[in-house]
Design a binder for this molecule. Structure first.
Ligand code: ZN
Length: 350
């Protein structure tokens, strides 16, 4: 990732085969520095810039710093989200009132989207919310509020679709045992851990260290408590970002990336309640379960795998797989339909 990009200056010096006419689209950005987008607020991108390795000159090595940038016109309508790695030019000093320009968004390893019904926009477009995450932590209370399996199912589908590894983080185990809920997810092999108030977070830290994790969970599940415990100066970090953007408080829907003391990032998504699943195919969900995808080659054409001659039923009947695993898969497949968010009545949720 750190490798310097092949840019148009290289192209000029040694014209390579098949080099695209980049210069027309992108001016030379030989001085561009790499930034990691930690917050997005109304057209302003707060990025973390690491010090560049010394170039052997007398040039002063700059500090690790937050640099605010706007999008260069040449990027057009291309979206930039938290987690993006970007190339910055212009004033990258990070001084107050300095404004850099994002001239390039590096290729993404993953993209998590929220659905249109989760936003105030009514154009029906699913919006990218976090780039490059490699773990989606689903924070769910075991009681108070009660867990909502249908919501968890939908988040799992979103994770499989985005090719982000899920982690079920069950809180408030002092109020209720995890057994019932785990019976729904253990058959699928979803990794999980259980925490409670005042208990150790070491296992959770182990899962988070060195990775980019998105935390989702609705209000009351203890997500903020976790964030504050994991990032002791979370509030300070957020206010620092706000001070840098000079825009005051973040809007409730914006995600913010917080650095873990042990290394790695957690991305808190306060306003994300539902994920866009309309585009997710049966195959995408199945792809997360290679053993089952193998069986479905024997399914009738166009099988939705929910019943009616589905080869997965025979597979279970022959004793080759656990019924609970198939049931859980079918629950996930069905969860793609309809929309669901925090405002849905609880009888619809479970
Ligand atoms: Zn089938």
């Amino acid at each position: 990732m750190r490798k310097r990009e092949y840019d148009e200056d290289d192209v000029r010096v040694r014209p390579g085969k098949g080099s695209r006419p980049r210069t027309r689209i992108r001016p030379a950005h030989e001085d561009a520095v790499q930034g990691f987008v930690v917050a997005v607020d109304r057209g302003r991108y707060t990025t973390l810039v690491e010090p560049e390795p010394p170039k052997g000159s007398a040039q002063k090595r700059k500090q690790r710093r937050l640099v605010v940038a706007m999008k260069a016109r040449e990027l057009g309508r291309k979206g930039i989200v938290v987690g993006d790695r970007v190339a910055l030019v212009g004033d990258v000093s990070g001084e107050p009132d300095a404004l850099a320009r994002v001239v390039r968004v590096e290729p993404r390893t993953s993209m998590l989207r929220r659905s249109a019904d989760d936003t105030e926009d009514t154009d029906g477009i699913e919006r990218p919310v976090v780039a490059n995450a490699d773990q989606l932590v689903i924070v769910t209370a075991l009681a108070d509020p009660p867990p909502r399996p249908r919501m968890i199912d939908r988040i799992l589908v979103a994770a499989f679709d985005a090719e982000i590894e899920p982690l079920l983080c069950l809180t408030k185990s002092d109020l209720a045992p995890p057994t019932g809920l785990l019976a729904l997810y253990e058959p699928l092999g979803v990794p999980h851990l259980v925490v409670h108030k005042g208990g150790s977070l070491d296992e959770l830290r182990d899962h988070l260290t060195g990775r980019i994790s998105v935390l989702v969970g609705h209000s009351g599940v203890g997500k903020s408590t976790l964030v504050n415990a994991l990032v002791p100066d979370a509030n300070r970090a957020v206010s620092q970002v706000n001070a840098v953007t000079g825009r005051g408080r973040h809007t409730s829907t914006s995600a913010v990336a917080l650095e873990l003391p042990e290394g790695g990032w957690i991305i808190d998504t306060p306003g994300v309640r539902s994920f866009g699943l309309a585009h997710v195919s049966v195959e995408t969900v199945l792809a997360a379960f290679p053993d089952m995808i193998e069986v479905t080659v024997n399914c009738p054409k166009g099988c939705n795998h929910l019943g009616d001659g589905c080869a997965l039923d025979a597979w279970v009947a022959e004793g080759k797989a656990d019924h609970a695993r198939l049931e859980s898969l079918r629950r996930l497949l069905s969860s793609r339909e309809g929309t669901l968010d925090d405002t849905a009545p609880s009888h619809l949720a479970d």
